[in-house]
Design a protein. Structure first.
Length: 168
């Protein structure tokens, strides 16, 4: 089966839409697992999940770790298999990369560094890109993304609309 992917940052996106980690990320995940599997048994202790995640650059909250453990260690054995860890962390790393890429794009629109994209910001970027959009079209774009009704697009709204439109 052939697999088409779009590459941006360190991740690939399969046709299914699910992000896939790069080879480098897979190596990082494996290395993090190996730190907590010194006997090469293919399992790590569930109590080490938080530390393994930190080794990959995450700062997981207690609730997040509990949720992941419930997802990974369904039989409550206190052990996490390498494959399960790889799958969960691969998805998380790819999502982290996607969010970082989207936030870089957000910064390009947020020219005045307010943490929000205003109509004025959007119009300025459209002009710079030689996009011939009417004020109505630009306002419609703002309205589509604006969930809190303040007339501007904040980072959370931008992330949501970018993921919804599958631009990332």
């Amino acid at each position: 089966m052939s697999r088409k992917s779009a590459t941006s940052g360190g991740y690939k996106r399969k046709l299914s839409g699910k992000p896939e980690p790069s080879d480098e990320q897979k190596n990082d995940i494996n290395a993090a697992f190996n730190l907590f599997d010194p006997s090469s048994s293919g399992f790590m202790e569930a109590k080490d999940l938080k530390f393994a995640m930190r080794a990959l650059g995450f700062e997981p909250r207690k609730e997040e770790v509990k949720k992941l453990l419930a997802e990974i260690d369904k039989q409550e054995t206190g052990k996490i298999a390498r494959e399960d860890f790889m799958n969960v962390m691969a998805t998380r790393l790819a999502e982290k990369d996607i969010n970082e890429e989207i936030m870089k794009a957000f910064q390009l629109f947020d020219e005045d560094n307010t943490g929000k994209i205003s109509f004025k910001n959007l119009k300025s970027v459209a002009k710079q890109l030689s996009e011939n959009l009417s004020d109505e079209e630009l306002q419609e774009m703002i309205s589509e993304a604006d969930r809190d009704g303040d007339g501007e697009v904040n980072q959370e709204e931008f992330l949501r609309i970018m993921k919804k439109t599958c631009l990332y």
